[in-house]
Design a protein around this ligand. Structure first.
Ligand SMILES: [Zn+2]
Length: 641
């Protein structure tokens, strides 16, 4: 009863929104072609050769498909830039019967549906050759190759790696890019187990987001086979692969770091707290349910800071600062082992269930390991960043449950999902107390473990399990405002920013001329304090004052990727051209979207900067990941009609 009443209320909210189209249906994935109510893929078995010469994956995917509707005859899968050679039905004995297939129309951001004609529902299952098939299950084999431009893969030349000798491949399947390297139901509400045999040229190592099995001997073609098995059901966006000159260093019996040999020492030192992080998270939020927790340090072109691929988070090297000051990113990816991987957003509208919760968990881990002061600083910087984003964002895109039907779901990766989502949980913590919220979150992770849920399912669970603990503490109208309203509620609970008071005082005194540059107390400043100082300098800071800072602290040469980015924004605004060669070097070596996008945006504001941006981008673009290139194209390339 409760659910029906609530859905009606929601339909009203959606209809009242600015969108002229039909009301959004919660739980419906508008970014997948797959017909999940008729067929469900339960298992994916990959057998792929990795060719660096052609930049393709070649082989087949066997999908174990459950027929949900006995009369359904067409299986619709997601695909994007895939070459499909054949599709067949594999009988339990192994004999293959060809099936007819055809592509539907291409849709922006989403690729093309792959329609497969299925035979009529088969009679009850027969056990054969020791293998038992569940009722209405069949195995579909798709012979295929990916294409060099696959949006979910990046193929790096040896020059783009740390070692400079061997090529590198890595995947980034979130949001809707798994379909560019595997034909499947590419929707986060479909959970699959998977296994894979991956053949790579001798001398290279393959890793995946799965348990690692035996490694074979080189075959006649010089390829070595790696075996992987993921026994937990995961959404397709968590299927991940990397191939390169990769070595491993254990941190504890269940944690460790993979990286190129030239990076492994620095990475193992930077992330030596891995085991402590897992233990802290288990104490706070319940058992870690994935066996091992390892991280893979990618080359610097990685488009995101990190990707929470299960058992093996993929991490940008830009967080190796030498002083553990940016390791909250690891806490974030680890926290996804609960919020995101264990309980998953069912559609990209519900992305805040993954990210807002994860930021809340991340800050709790940071507080446990590095103290309340550090946690508070990261909170304050997070809110600043959110306010900046809200100032520019269309109000229709400021809801937690955001309507992305006409958008690339990668555009939903904003601070609104992350920091506004976190503030909602902070508000709940404030009203119910930390212990009560923690108990609630533990029970939420247990209740929905290994399931994909949408916003309204979470809200039902919240109403049934947290709100009654303190009747009246939070009203229904407040929940509605947080989840379906733009901006931030007036009663949001913000972190106290007194933690930065000494930095703010120093900046004010320096700006007023009562404190000279050499006397700025920067020796004690953490990365977060530097960011607070730089991010809050006035937009019209004179060029000679910018030069003073650079002379005193060599900021243009900073090895800390976050401080360098904040500094370059200051330098570009003041047209401080001695920094431009370093800006260019930075843009040519780093491909993390969050770090390079603001720099291109700042450069494009003046003709001189725009010329530098264009010249740099034409060199940098071939080295950027497709996700980053897509974002920078919109900024730097002139609009075509
Ligand atoms: Zn995340």
């Amino acid at each position: 009863m409760r659910t029906l009443a609530k859905l009606a209320a929601l339909a009203w909210v959606a209809a009242a929104s600015a969108h002229a189209q039909d009301a959004i249906k919660p739980g419906v994935d508008y970014h997948s072609f797959s017909n999940v109510s008729e067929f469900r893929v339960k298992h994916v078995s990959l057998d792929l050769d990795v060719s660096f010469k052609t930049k393709t994956l070649n082989g087949h995917a066997d999908l174990t498909v459950l027929r949900e509707n006995p009369t359904a005859r067409v299986l619709v899968l997601d695909s994007r830039d895939l070459d499909i050679r054949s599709v067949s039905l594999v009988a339990p004995g192994g004999t293959a019967t060809p099936l007819t297939f055809r592509f539907g129309d291409e849709k922006k951001f989403l690729g093309r549906p792959l329609n497969i004609d299925m035979p009529a529902a088969s009679p009850p299952p027969v056990a054969s050759a020791g293998k038992r098939f569940a009722a209405a299950e069949s195995v579909i084999r798709i012979d295929y190759s990916s294409q060099p431009q696959a949006s979910g893969l990046q193929w790096l030349t040896p020059a783009q790696t740390n070692g400079k000798k061997l090529p590198y491949l890595f995947s980034q399947s979130e949001s809707v890019h798994a379909r560019s390297w595997i034909p499947l139901q590419d929707s986060p509400q479909v959970r699959v187990t998977y296994d894979a045999t991956i053949r790579v040229p001798k001398g290279l190592v393959a890793v995946m987001s799965a348990a690692h099995g035996a490694v074979g001997k080189p075959d006649a073609k010089g390829l070595v086979a790696y075996r992987f098995e993921m026994h937990e059901a995961i959404p397709s966006y968590l299927i991940a692969i990397a191939v390169g000159d990769i070595t491993f260093r254990a941190i504890s019996p269940r944690t460790g770091v993979y990286a190129e040999p030239g990076v492994i020492d620095a990475a193992a030192a930077e992330f030596s707290d891995l085991e402590r992080m897992v233990a802290a998270c288990e104490t706070l939020f319940g058992p870690y349910r994935w066996g091992r927790y390892d991280i893979l340090i990618l080359p610097p072109s990685a488009p995101y800071g990190g990707m929470e691929n299960p058992r093996l988070s993929f991490i940008t090297p830009t967080v190796i600062a030498g002083d553990k000051s940016l390791v909250s990113l690891i806490a974030h990816e680890l926290a996804h082992s609960w919020s995101g991987n264990l309980v998953t957003n069912a559609t990209w509208r519900d992305f805040w269930l993954n990210e807002g919760f994860t930021v809340y968990l991340e800050r709790r881990i940071v507080e446990t390991l590095y103290g309340a002061r550090r946690e508070r600083m990261e909170d304050v910087l997070g809110v600043q960043s959110l306010r900046g984003e809200l100032a520019d964002a269309d109000p229709a895109h400021q809801q937690l449950a955001v309507d992305l039907r006409n958008d690339d779901p990668d555009d939903g990766v904003t601070d609104i999902a992350y920091e506004k989502g976190k503030l909602f949980l902070q508000f709940l913590e404030n009203r119910f107390g930390r212990d009560e919220l923690q108990k609630f979150l533990r029970s939420y992770f247990d209740h929905f473990a290994f399931q994909s849920i949408y916003t309204e399912q979470f809200l039902d669970y919240l109403r049934a399990n947290l709100l009654p603990k303190k009747p009246g503490a939070v009203t229904e109208a407040q929940i509605q405002e947080w989840v379906y309203g733009p901006g931030l509620p007036t009663y949001a609970v913000f972190p106290a920013d007194d933690v930065f008071a000494p930095v703010d005082a120093a900046r004010k005194a320096w700006l007023a001329g009562t404190l000279n540059t050499a006397s700025l107390p920067t020796r004690e400043w953490s990365t977060q304090e530097w960011l607070q100082f730089l991010n809050n300098l006035p937009a019209d800071l004179p060029r000679d004052r910018v030069a003073d800072l650079d002379k005193a602290f060599a900021l243009s040469k900073s090895r800390n990727a976050e401080i360098a980015m904040a500094w370059f924004l200051v330098a570009i605004r003041a047209d401080y051209d001695p920094a431009y060669a370093d800006v260019q070097r930075y843009l040519l070596t780093i491909g993390r979207r969050k770090l390079v996008r603001p720099l291109y945006e700042a450069l494009m504001k003046t003709p001189k900067g725009a010329a530098l941006a264009r010249a740099t981008y034409s060199q940098a673009r071939p080295g950027y990941h497709p996700i980053t290139a897509t974002a920078i194209d919109l900024i730097v390339q002139p609009k075509k009609n």
